[in-house]
Write a protein that binds this ligand. Structure first.
Ligand code: F6P
Length: 328
């Protein structure tokens, strides 16, 4: 392993996700295992600019594997988008003798890392942490599995009350650009309709389909809508349109929102975080940089950061078909 890296910085940036703490713990302990220093950088890139640093050791990350959120806090830094901001951040890296960075976050975090790497030849490795699962180069991002379980649990509860009152519920789940949460939580919770950004089947088709389910004897229904869905302007307008045109149903809307970003990480996310942290640190020590750690067919893989950022995380066509069959 390369001797040149003696101190690694770790940060979480962008929207938080369950499993980030488990990833921080893994990075810190892998550094300890290889006898190198680990510096926790608070509030992402903003903390890098303001030198908000703390030397961490294996004991600094006791009892956090099961905690949601991120002990290092997270932020979306405007200052890091400027050359001056990045210059300050680089000067702080030099002053504090930080040789490389592990960046835990989504595509915005990786874009920042790539620019920093290009400008200063600074070694960086990314760990994909976002509930949206919208990153190319990994089948699972950290927090996605937990968010799915949270969403399914919430939809199950909504189904109870929907059924008691014979109501039609529109449930909005997160997913700004992709429908992974909506599709998987929708199938898992047995939703009658699932609306995702990747497919705009139109509001008329939705209306027809809901009419058909009413005729076939369904007295209550759940429609899962991804935040970024293009069918209606927003979930409330969509619900209003359906209520107007399908007066047989009493319609309600439930927006799950940020609850999907919190909570105890699932076992899957904890294990994935532990594996990703080890791979990230050891890749840096092997002299690799500008990659993202991911998982494919249950094996750890590396994808160049630019591909991870530019590539598209495709929706599963087979699952779409399954979902169509299930809603018959
Ligand atoms: O990217 C993760 C995500 O949770 C999206 O699904 C959502 O659109 C966005 O973050 C919300 O961001 P904020 O926390 O800034 O409201």
């Amino acid at each position: 392993m390369s001797k040149s890296i003696k101190r690694i910085g770790v940060m979480t940036s962008g929207g938080d996700s369950p499993g980030m703490n488990a990833a921080i713990r893994s990075v810190v302990r892998t550094c300890a295992f290889h006898h190198i220093d680990c510096i926790g950088i608070y509030r992402g890139y903003q903390g890098m600019i303001e030198a908000d640093f703390k030397l961490m050791n294996a004991r600094s990350v006791n009892n956090i594997i099961n905690k949601g959120g991120t002990i290092l806090k997270s932020a979306r830094s405007q200052d890091f988008r400027t050359k001056e901001g990045r210059r300050k951040a680089y000067d702080n890296m030099v002053d504090h003798e930080i040789d490389a960075l592990v960046l835990i976050g989504g595509d915005g975090t990786f874009t920042g890392g790539m620019i920093f790497n290009q400008e200063y030849k600074f070694p960086v490795i990314g760990i994909p942490g976002t509930i949206d699962n919208d990153i190319f180069g990994t089948s699972f991002t950290l927090g996605y599995d937990t968010a799915l379980n949270t969403a399914v649990d919430a939809i199950d509860k909504i189904r109870d009350t929907a059924s008691s009152h014979n109501r039609l519920f529109f449930v909005e789940v997160m997913g700004r650009d992709v429908g992974h949460i909506a599709l998987n939580a929708g199938v898992g919770a047995g939703a009658e309709e699932i609306l995702i950004p990747e497919e705009d089947l139109g509001v008329e088709r939705l209306l027809e389909s809901l009419k058909r389910s009413k005729k076939s004897g369904k007295s209550s229904s759940i429609v899962v809508v991804a935040e970024g869905d293009k069918t209606g302007k927003n979930v409330f307008e969509l619900a209003e349109y359906i209520e107007k045109n399908l007066p047989d149903y009493e319609v309600r809307v439930s927006v799950l929102g940020h609850m999907q970003r919190g909570g105890t990480p699932s076992c899957y996310d904890r294990v994935l975080a532990s594996r990703m942290g080890v791979r990230a640190v050891e890749s840096l020590l092997e002299g690799k940089s500008n990659y993202m750690v991911g998982v494919a067919n249950d094996k750890m893989i590396l994808t160049p950061l630019d591909k991870a950022v530019k590539g598209k995380s495709e929706i599963d066509a087979e699952l779409l078909r399954v979902s169509d069959i299930m809603t018959t």
